[in-house]
Write a protein that binds this ligand. Structure first.
Ligand code: CA
Length: 238
């Protein structure tokens, strides 16, 4: 039984990015882009956790929180702008369980979501249940003798473990999830470094090089293909 989260955030790109990450973690996700819609959804449904932006069109996040606390109180994490101290205080007063300051690293948000669900949630995190045989292969991606298991966070080639850093793992996982789709450096960068990463996209090339050293060179294969001027792809085997 996956926890069901509501995101209320008017920056659609950010909302979609958070949605993808949460779904990837196994949560169910519903989105609203303004305060009134968020309030309506939260009042009519039973969410396990709400991620609520404060600066919203229509009805601001604090007002949503206040109205909700009277009708259908739901554990809520506020998304606040930097230095909005009063918002944080008012938000916690109004019943928010936590807040996170923008811009944030997605790993931090995911960690706070896990904690909030554990402390306040109705069903707990999706991935904490015991996996049965049918779902044992869920989250496992393969390419030839390579096997990536996202739950165990491990990569093996012919049963032999390959030690990857967090970003190398994310990069490989993203490419394996999108087999036969050429991913641009921007897409990979967003996935690996977060949507608000500011820096050189050639960092993607660096991680691809690390992966090639650890996998292609070590096991004599050619897994990650370069598509000149576009990006990278892992192709299904012929
Ligand atoms: Ca906003």
């Amino acid at each position: 039984m996956a926890a069901h989260l509501l995101i209320v955030e008017d920056e659609e790109k950010l909302a979609r990015f958070i949605e993808l990450e949460l779904k990837h973690e196994g949560y169910e996700v519903t989105k609203a882009y303004d305060g009134r819609e968020g309030l309506r959804l939260a009042s009519d449904n039973s969410f396990d956790l709400i991620l609520l932006d404060i600066m919203l069109p229509g009805l601001n996040g604090l007002e949503v929180l206040r109205r909700l606390s009277q009708t259908n109180p739901t554990p809520t994490i506020l998304l606040t702008a930097r230095d909005a101290v009063m918002d944080k205080v008012s938000g916690l007063d109004a019943g928010a369980v936590d807040y996170i300051t923008k811009p944030f690293a997605i790993e931090e948000l995911l960690a706070r979501v896990r904690v909030a669900l554990k402390l306040h949630g109705r069903v707990g995190a999706a991935n904490l249940g015991g996996a049965d045989a049918a779902s044992a292969e869920e989250g496992v991606y393969t390419w030839g003798s390579l096997r990536l298991d996202e739950k165990k966070r491990e990569v093996k080639f012919d049963g032999q473990s390959i030690a990857l850093t967090n970003r190398e793992f994310l990069m490989l996982e993203t490419l394996l999830q999108n087999k036969d789709i050429v991913l641009s450096r921007d897409t990979l960068l967003e996935k690996v470094c977060g949507y608000d990463y500011v820096g050189e996209t050639n960092i993607v090339d660096v991680y691809v090089r690390y992966l090639r050293t650890k996998i292609d060179d070590a096991f004599g294969v050619k897994m990650i293909q370069t598509v000149r001027g576009v990006g990278y792809v892992i192709k299904s085997e012929e």
